[in-house]
Design a protein around this ligand. Structure first.
Ligand code: SF4
Length: 508
């Protein structure tokens, strides 16, 4: 969460540590703040910010980045205060970001409530947002934003820039923005029937790689490279299949060309592959050979156990990473199968043994608790699996435990959320058990944060209005849940034309 300003720090050090990988025009006529509601290191690992910044600059707009920390109200590019920007665009990846965005606006002196801004005589910036959340449910942003870019944004911002250059009044600007099928303007679209749709851009264009190489931080010296958007695997808890389809695969020649182009612009030592599951990318071996030939290490965001190959593991280890990250989700084969992941504990152990033989030193494992129909024995099976892995592979194990959050747009959207009390009990049982296994470290994703995530994920306009008006006095997820009626949210979404099966029957 951003804090109120107390003095300020320049971004000059960060500027010195970044190298642009593309030629971008200087200057620009539209001053536009691109805000990412997390710290700089996390924000710079998000390719969406790289793409939108680049698209705006290529269109001649003067885009500058803002992050929630370390210096939240000054731009990275020039240390300019946020109050100088007539246009603010938030990059909203997941549900709690909505609250962070609203809070940041308030602390920077901009009213987070769209309706308050509309009735204020003061000069008001135009507030927009885009990002991964808009593919799933954009309504949590409707009380905050004047417009919301739905889905992929690199094409849609062309319309935005054209409209903003038109010298129109604020009302004319919003009504012209609303003519685009992927721009949701809450002041105009929340009554009547509309046919909005999240944009799904062609991925064979020029946007597929980092705009900057950063010399420090989590992804230092790393070229982020996108391989695929959407996932065909349809795991029941995951929104990627339902909301980000169709699957779009970038041709390997295009990806290789991206590497070559970046090499001509900047030094980097590693390639970070951005894709739902790297083993699904049909050209993975050819790409790994190419990276090796260029002397570059490779890192993977996540690896699916059932198609993890020796070739991928070798690339990972020789790239300097001694940690293999996989997501078994549970320690129970039957429950995992129900989740949609078709591999057993035996496969997890076999692949991690291979990793250890090749030179990996540690394993990071992602698990969920509070899954539909889960028994206590199934929760404790996580501990048994971690112990087995430690014993049979010798790898240091980090078990990252997150609560299951039923998300709109997934087959499990209508399943019950376990709730704070039950999750605390389950987590404390499990972490006690894990602490007793030598070489295994439990790590918890926040239970409170999961409750907020759940409440925001099903928020409609009423809950969004509540967030916008009350963010500085604190947002209770229980209050949000009271304001978020699943059926009303579903009706509001279908009025917008966002009609694919977001909420399923049953559950709370
Ligand atoms: S969990 Fe992974 S494999 Fe399953 S649908 Fe999501 S991205 Fe695809």
């Amino acid at each position: 969460m951003p804090k109120a300003p107390s003095g300020w720090a320049s971004w000059s050090e960060k500027r010195r540590e970044e190298i642009l990988t593309v030629d971008l025009p200087g200057g620009g006529d539209l001053l536009c703040a691109v805000f990412f509601p997390a710290d700089y290191g996390i924000g710079m690992a998000n390719l969406g910010i790289h793409y939108i910044y680049r698209a705006l600059r290529e269109l001649g707009a003067s885009a500058e980045r803002f992050f929630a920390s370390p210096s939240p109200f000054r731009s990275v590019e020039s240390d300019t205060m946020i109050e100088r920007f007539p246009l603010v665009l938030g990059g909203i990846s997941y549900e709690p970001d909505v609250i962070t965005f609203a809070k940041w606006l308030e602390l920077s002196g901009i009213m987070a409530s769209r309706e308050y801004r509309e009735s204020s005589p003061r000069q008001r910036p135009l507030i927009g947002a885009g990002g991964a959340l808009t593919y799933i449910n954009p309504l949590p942003l409707s009380g905050i934003c004047d417009f919301i870019i739905l889905g992929d944004g690199t094409e849609t911002v062309r319309h935005l820039v054209r409209v903003l250059r038109g010298g129109r009044s604020r009302d004319e600007t919003l009504s012209t923005l609303a003519e685009h099928p992927s721009i949701f303007v809450p002041s105009l679209h929340l009554t009547g029937e509309h046919s909005l749709a999240a944009a799904k851009d062609d991925v064979s264009g020029d946007y597929g790689r980092s705009t900057w190489i950063v010399k420090n931080g989590v992804f230092k010296d790393t070229l982020l490279l996108e391989l695929q958007r959407g996932c065909p695997n349809g795991c029941r808890f995951c929104a990627l299949t339902g909301c980000f389809s169709p699957v779009r695969v970038r041709d390997v020649e295009l990806v290789k060309r991206d590497i070559e182009k970046t090499l001509r612009a900047a030094e980097f030592s590693r390639i970070g592959l951005v894709t739902p599951e790297a083993g699904d990318y049909k050209y993975i071996d050819e790409l790994l050979d190419f990276a090796e030939h260029k002397g570059k290490g490779v890192s993977f965001a996540s690896l699916r156990v059932d198609n993890l190959t020796e070739r991928m593991m070798k690339a990972l280890v020789s790239g300097g990473s001694g940690t293999v990250t996989v997501a078994p989700e549970t320690g129970d084969d039957r429950l995992r199968n129900i989740c949609g992941k078709r591999f057993g504990n035996g496969d997890v152990i076999e692949k991690l043994e291979m990793a250890a033989r090749i030179g990996a030193r540690s394993a990071k494992l992602y698990f969920m608790i509070g899954l539909p129909g889960e028994t206590r024995e199934q929760v404790m099976s996580i501990s048994a699996l971690c112990g087995d892995i430690r014993l049979k592979t010798g790898l240091a194990v980090t078990a990252s435990i997150s609560p299951f959050v039923p998300k709109p747009g997934t087959p499990w959207a209508g399943e019950a959320f376990a709730g704070e009390k039950k999750l605390k009990v389950l987590f404390s049982l499990l972490s006690r058990s894990l602490r007793g296994v030598s070489g295994v470290k439990p790590r918890a994703a926040g239970i409170r944060e999961a409750c907020v995530e759940y409440a925001v994920s099903r928020a409609g306009t009423e809950a969004s209005r509540f967030i916008a008006r009350n963010v500085l006095s604190g947002i209770s997820y229980k209050k949000l849940l009271q304001l978020s009626d699943r059926k009303e949210t579903e009706a509001e979404l279908s009025g917008l034309g966002l009609a694919f099966p977001r909420f399923m029957k049953g559950g709370a």
